[in-house]
Design a protein around this ligand. Structure first.
Ligand SMILES: NC(=O)c1ccc[n+]([C@@H]2O[C@H](COP(=O)([O-])OP(=O)(O)OC[C@H]3O[C@@H](n4cnc5c(N)ncnc54)[C@H](OP(=O)(O)O)[C@@H]3O)[C@@H](O)[C@H]2O)c1
Length: 339
């Protein structure tokens, strides 16, 4: 099992280098006046890297930020408050590798009447190999893909993401953090979809990219399903480009040393890498727009396979089948949930 373009993590890391020199069409479009005052923004995975920096930048720009971490988040909470100068920050617990944690998180949002205007599906993992979760899936598949399907389905079905609670001039936005390394991955392999396979470092990086292609295909189908008559929820995808973050923290030491040097010299600090994310999350330029992709500040097409309706339909059906197989609390996305 491996369907990604890269079989070498060093080559994959260096591939991001030339991206830094490409023209960033929208680079000057994020304005100091692009603020989140009065808006609630949910960001998954704020413990480090891009999620942390995004949470800080949103809080600095007036958002009530709800960040998630999988471990106790008090230290992260204090860091975000201090860096942003805002007290309107809270942390909730969410481990995307545990179905129980996903349901508990959703129940908490429901109980507390939280309705995010912006939801950033940021948390992700690049693991050195396969690892079986307690529900029997590959951890990268669950964390990078299926958990996001669960989260957004439950949030839409339960009216947590809803137009009713948003300002009329701002439709809710969902933004999936992906990777441009998804380009060139193979078609989705439905024979092995959701099944556990053993693999090591080389296939780990290939599978990471492949799961991002799967995520992008789902986001595209979700946008079709939710926005059947005009745009009710802006559902978009972004690759932040190369970010000097904690993403390689689980790589074996020799590889981590090499990649760490590349990250240090070439990759961008999260405080800079988060700016296109913040732009897509708040800019009026994105009002009423859905199914768009940016690679950093550059609007771009995703891999063409992502847009194929037949692929989207198949993935939709298979994803809910796999969820139903593993979770007694399974729910399928109901139509017109957001009205
Ligand atoms: N770094 C890059 O060059 C790059 C490039 C393109 C796309 N991205 C994407 O950017 C996003 C953020 O990654 P990053 O680069 O900022 O790396 P990071 O510093 O490792 O951040 C990833 C975040 O996800 C969280 N996470 C990991 N596994 C989780 C789980 N099972 N449940 C809940 N949260 C979990 C991590 O929490 P812990 O701290 O507890 O592990 C951390 O907060 C990811 O989706 C990644 O794929 C990164």
């Amino acid at each position: 099992m491996s369907h990604g373009r890269f079989n070498n993590p060093v080559v994959a890391a260096l591939a991001g280098f030339k991206d830094l020199f490409r023209k960033q069409d929208f680079a000057d479009r994020l304005k100091p006046t692009d603020r989140f005052d009065g808006k609630t923004c949910l960001v998954t995975g704020v413990n480090s890297g891009l999620g942390y920096a995004t949470a800080v930048e949103m809080a600095r720009r007036g958002a009530h930020v709800i960040g998630t971490t999988r471990r106790l988040g008090q230290e992260t909470l204090e860091k975000i408050k201090k860096a942003s100068g805002s007290e309107k920050v809270e942390i909730r617990s969410l481990d995307l590798s545990k179905l129980g944690s996903i349901h508990a998180f959703i129940e908490g949002l429901e109980k507390d009447g939280i309705h995010p205007d912006v939801t950033i599906f940021n948390a992700g993992a690049a693991l050195p190999g396969s690892r079986k979760t307690e529900s029997g899936q590959d951890e990268m598949f669950l964390v990078n893909y299926l958990a996001n399907v669960m989260l957004c389905t439950l949030m839409l079905n339960k009216g947590i993401i809803t137009r009713d609670n948003s300002n009329n001039d701002f439709k809710p936005r969902m933004l999936f953090i992906s990777s441009d390394s998804h380009q060139g991955s193979s078609y989705i392999d439905y024979d092995e979809f959701g099944r556990f396979f053993k693999y090591g470092v080389k296939k780990g990086i290939a599978n990471y990219s492949y799961f991002k292609l799967v995520l992008n295909t789902f986001a595209t189908e979700l946008s079709r399903q939710v926005n059947q008559e005009g745009v009710d929820v802006g559902i978009n995808v972004i690759c932040p480009g190369p970010v000097h973050s904690g993403i390689i923290k689980e790589a074996p030491l020799p590889l981590r040393t090499v990649l760490g040097a590349i990250f240090w010299v070439i990759f961008r600090p999260p405080s800079k890498a988060c700016l296109p994310v913040v732009y897509m999350a708040i800019s009026p330029d994105y009002e009423g727009r859905t199914n768009e992709y940016q690679h950093m500040f550059k609007p771009k097409r995703m891999d063409e396979k992502v847009y194929e309706e037949e692929e989207g339909n198949k993935l939709w059906k298979r994803s809910y089948e796999v969820w139903a197989e593993i979770d007694p609390k399974f729910e399928i996305l109901r139509s017109n949930i957001h009205r």
